[in-house]
Ligand binder design. Structure first.
Ligand code: FPP
Length: 261
């Protein structure tokens, strides 16, 4: 028999999340998992649907995966929902994703609270519709005291833009006399990133088959283990999350050092 974990049913969330955790070491679960949710458009095209339908189903998949991650004991998920480069897409698709985000942050807020999910965001607010930033603020405020899994949504996010933002912020502190050049080190730099307060991801998952980082978490993934799959994001399942974690557990993390004997 499979060793299966079940979750309580929650309103408007998938009734249950089950997964086969056979062979999984529950004492070595990655604390922070980052996800590039790629392949929504191709998923839709393969079914004769318009691309945006893939994003809609992809948003549902994210809910399922957050619940599965929480059950497994993962402490934070950072999901790439909209990149600084995604503005280049057709305006109708951009509008659809903004609308989807806005709806998601409205419809899911009660579920997040019921499930003790803390919602955070990373990225620039510049150019985002007011309705989206208002919903973001609301989600932050409503879930700020939640102590369960952190869902960190990367929206209007780019790793290079984030690094430039941190550099400018540090330069300003030096100019203001509140920071000395000789005191700039990795922790200071990290405190100026959007991901301030979150540990670096242990595991980066990319769906959709491409083998690139796509400007995601450029500083933070320095030592992350990477797992990719051909599967398109809407088809990603809790069992695939377990599979990624099993791979992670087989890897030997050395952080530039030598194997511990
Ligand atoms: C990549 O698929 C996906 C995106 C650019 C957007 C991701 C958005 C979602 C999963 C839904 C919105 C999220 C929330 C939280 C509401 P793609 O369009 O690049 O797919 P393709 O490579 O097949 O074209």
């Amino acid at each position: 028999m499979f060793n299966t974990l079940f979750l309580k049913p929650v309103r408007s969330m998938p009734a249950k999340v089950s997964m086969n955790v056979d062979g999984l070491d529950m004492d070595n679960i990655p604390q922070h998992v980052a996800i590039i949710m790629d392949g929504n458009g191709r998923w839709a095209k393969a079914r004769g649907k318009i691309r945006t339908q893939g994003h809609k189903v992809g948003a549902e998949t994210l809910k399922t995966i957050v619940r599965a991650a929480d059950t497994l004991g993962i402490k934070a998920i950072t999901a790439y929902a909209f990149s600084t480069e995604n503005w280049k897409r057709p305006v109708t698709e951009v509008h659809f994703i903004m609308e989807l985000l806005s709806r998601y942050l409205t419809s899911e807020i009660e579920e997040f609270k019921e499930n003790n999910v803390q919602v955070r965001f990373m990225g620039s607010r510049e150019g985002l519709p007011d309705i989206v930033t208002e919903k973001m603020d609301h989600a932050i405020e409503e879930t700020k005291n939640d102590t369960g899994i952190i869902l960190n949504l990367a929206i209007n996010y780019g790793g290079q833009a984030e690094i430039l933002h941190a550099v400018k912020s540090i330069a300003q502190q030096v100019a203001d006399g509140t920071l000395k050049v000789e005191d700039i080190d990795a922790p200071v730099f990290e405190n100026n990133l959007y991901s301030k307060g979150l540990p670096a991801p242990d595991l980066l998952i990319r769906t959709g088959g491409d083998l690139r980082v796509s400007n995601f978490l450029l500083w933070q993934i320095a030592y992350s283990e990477i797992w990719t799959t051909q599967v398109f994001w809407p088809d990603f399942t809790p069992d695939m999350l377990v599979e990624a974690i099993k791979m992670y557990q087989k890897r030997e993390r050395r952080f530039g050092g030598l194997v511990q004997k």
